[in-house]
Each structure stands twice: as C-alpha cells, then as structure tokens.
Design a protein around this ligand. Structure first.
Ligand code: SAH
Length: 413
C-alpha cells in the first residue's frame, strides 16, 4: 500500500493532488532592475533586439512614471507582449499587513516581503509617511532586523533576517505612492505618451525619502545603491539624490562610497559625544570610534553649507541630555556643515531608557540654537499610531502569538 492510499480524508487527497501539480517557475520581478537588466529580462519573452530599447522605454514609463500596477494597463505595448509579461514577470509591490492613518495625516504600514521559504510567510518591515505643509517624507527600511544592537532601538533587539533587495526598496516607494494616490493618472494630471516626467513636482506627495526605517542601509550598500539609481531616473520616479537621505549609525568605511556613488544626503545617528557613552548606546562605535566617524563626516563627498550632514541625537533622560552634553555636541560638530535633529526617545515595552522631559529637551535645544543651529527638535508625529522603530512589527507578532495560543488552547479542548 502506498502512502496515498493510506489517506482517507478528502483534505489529504486534495493536498496530494496539489502537490502533484507542477510548481510554476517564479516570475521575474521587474521593479528595481536598471534599464540594462530590464532588457535582459525581456530576452526570454522573444522581444527582438531591434525593439529592446523601445520596449524598455515603454515599460520604464509605464512602471515608474505612471505607476501602473498591472501589465494589462499598459496600452503602449501589444496584447501578446502584455500577456507574456503577465505570465512571466511581476511588478508587484510588497504586501500590506496593516495600514494605520494618524489624525495628523502620518501613515504607518507594516509590510510583508516575499517569502524565502516555500510555505512560510515572508518577513515583515515597516514604512512611515510624514506629510508636512511643504513636503512629504517617506521613511523606508533597508533590512529585516538589524545587526547593530543600539541599546535604545527596538529593531536592535531583533536579529538580522536578511537584506532587502533593490526591488523591495523601490517597491516600498511605489506602494506608498499607490496608497497616497501619488501617480499622474490618479491625480487628474494628464500626461502624454511622450511625456517622460510623470507627476509635476508641486503635485507630488512623496518628495523626500529617508532610510530611517529598519536596518542599517550601509550594510546593504549595493542594493541601496541600485535602488537609489532607479529612484533617481528622471524618466521615472525622478527623486534626485538630494532628496534621498541615508541614515547610518556610523559604518565609517562605507560613508565615502555613499557620497561618491549614491550622492545622497547623509544623516548620522550620533546620540553621544564621547566614546564611553557611545560605545554603550551605539555599539558599532567600538569598531569605528568618534574620532574616525567625525573625520569621515568632514571628508563626506559633496559636503557644503547647502548640503549639510544631519546629526541625529536621541534624548534619553539622565543619560545624554545634560547641558554639558549639549555643549560637547556643539564642540564636536565645529567646522562641519551640520543640522542637528533632536529626537525625543520613543519608548518600547521594557526599553531600558526613558525620554528626557520636555523642559530639558528645550534647554538642550537652546544651547544648540545659541550656537547657530536652527529649530532642532523633531516634533513627534502620528503619536496615536506611532511606535518606536520596530515596534509595529513586534506588536503584530505578539498578536499572532496570542492568536496561535488561542488556536492551540482550542485544539487542546
Ligand atoms: N541604522 C540606521 C537607520 C535606522 S534608525 C541608523 O542607525 O541611523 C533611524 C533613526 O532612528 C536613528 O537615528 C536611530 O538611532 C533612531 N531611533 C531608533 N530607535 C529609536 C527610538 N526608540 N526612539 C527614537 N529614535 C530612535
């Protein structure tokens, strides 16, 4: 008797039937590919070499300038090619697990990426959109989890699962624009087939991008770089490098490359002005201490008074928030074109720190202001939905754990 005959239930039979079906080959993800790679992806579809350039341009416009989410929306290419693309390729964005909209317009998403193991759900990352009167900032993730273990950061308590692909990084931006109605077709702006530029600047919702979600972008350098180049393209999403800020905890050996090759703006998570404290708060400091970090900042390619480095400084009660710390901060940044971003600490369950009280943050800010740096406190946004970095993900895991326990309890009865 074979194992099939041993299965009496319908369910098991169906399962076995499903197992016998050939697994279709995975679709080629087109989002995140550069023009050359896109051309290569079109080869198996039988696109003639003479037509490749034209097809690349058509697809680039459809995907990145118009934000089409399905191949059958692309009117500029033949029905046959559309059908082939549908069958073999994908322009899917990451999946939304939850979407929260704050009463101040801030939005926060928990996203699920493609699964790495068949039958297992894909890993999750977070993304936040913060609208302001003259801009809209999208905060995206570069890694699932993190290796850095910064003591005040909730993502730091999660192990690194994997790097995001370039497609997943670009896909976050595209998904946010889908949800915000930030594509020409949705905004009522008509663009002609030849018009390459997409939505005019003044009508755009996502005008800035910051790598301040989960992960250390400089530990996923190649994918972040590829993603940035796709995002920069002025015939597509057209987000220039000046509008992209990469935030690093201080991966010194990669900083120069970021300036040279990605040409992005830089934010440095400083959080302490001496090695003793920074070693504890931002452990990568043990590898690349402050003197090296500050030198890398001074040497950052393209640095000028109009292209300043943003120094992030989380306000931790009784830890790094004294007026001496503020003075030391001013001293440390002397001679570097800098902006300072004071971030009120966002606590998470069992976090080892508390946020400084508001009066102390203001006193600290005053010292910074007196030294010539403008309005440095980051206003808390979306407090009603906002959790600390990494918190939304663990909240959902807690819920699913609870659900699992309920299911298990049910089964035990
Ligand atoms: N790894 C990168 C980017 C991700 S974190 C980096 O370290 O810069 C983005 C910013 O949020 C960093 O400045 C980080 O220090 C800060 N941050 C992390 N957890 C926080 C919390 N609980 N409260 C306030 N800021 C936090």
């Amino acid at each position: 008797m074979n194992s099939l005959e041993k299965n009496p239930t319908e369910d098991k039979k169906n399962q076995n039937e499903a197992l016998k079906q050939p697994i279709p080959p995975p679709k080629t993800a087109l989002i995140g590919l550069d023009r050359e790679q896109l051309g290569e992806a079109l080869l198996p579809l039988g696109v003639k070499p003479k037509q490749t350039r034209m097809r690349i341009n058509q697809l680039w416009n459809a995907i990145y300038a118009r934000g089409h989410t399905r191949f059958d929306q692309i009117q500029t290419i033949s029905k046959e090619l559309r059908a082939q693309l549908e069958e073999q390729c994908s322009i899917a964005r990451p999946e939304i697990v939850t979407e929260q909209i704050s009463n101040d317009g801030t939005r926060k998403w928990l996203l699920r990426l493609k699964s790495d193991l068949p039958g297992k759900p894909g890993p999750q990352v977070e993304m936040v959109y913060i609208p302001e009167h003259d801009r809209g900032t999208l905060c995206i993730s570069s890694q699932v989890g993190c290796t850095l273990n910064c003591r005040f950061c909730h993502t730091g308590t999660m192990p690194l699962v994997r790097n995001l692909t370039a497609g997943e990084i670009v896909g976050q931006v595209m998904l946010a624009r889908d949800r915000l109605g930030d594509w020409p077709e949705n905004s009522g702006v008509k663009i002609e087939a030849e018009d390459k530029t997409g939505l005019p600047d003044a009508r755009r919702m996502v005008t800035r991008l910051v790598f301040m979600g989960m992960g250390e972008p400089l530990y996923n350098f190649e994918n972040v770089k590829s993603a940035a180049h796709v995002l920069n393209d002025d015939a597509g999403i057209n987000l220039s490098s000046r509008r992209i800020t990469l935030s690093t905890a201080g991966v010194v050996p990669q900083m120069e490359r970021a300036g040279d090759e990605i040409k992005c703006m830089l934010a440095v998570s400083l959080h302490a002005t001496n090695d003793k404290l920074r070693d504890e708060l931002v452990p990568i400091n043990r590898k690349y201490p402050l003197a090296e970090l500050m030198q890398a900042c001074r040497d950052y390619p393209g640095l000028s008074n109009t292209r300043r480095i943003t120094f992030e400084y989380v306000m931790l009660d009784g830890i790094n928030d004294s007026l001496e710390d503020a003075k030391a901060l001013v001293q440390l940044l002397k001679g570097i074109p800098a902006k300072i971003n004071l971030i009120p600490f966002n606590p998470w369950p069992n976090s080892p720190y508390e946020c400084s009280n508001w009066a102390q943050i203001e006193r600290f800010a005053q010292v910074i202001n007196d030294a010539g740096y403008a309005s440095p406190i980051r206003r808390p946004r979306g407090r009603d939905i906002m959790a600390a970095c990494g918190q939304l993900k663990s909240e959902s895991e807690r819920i699913s754990n609870r659900e699992r326990k309920t299911i298990l309890a049910g089964e035990a009865k």
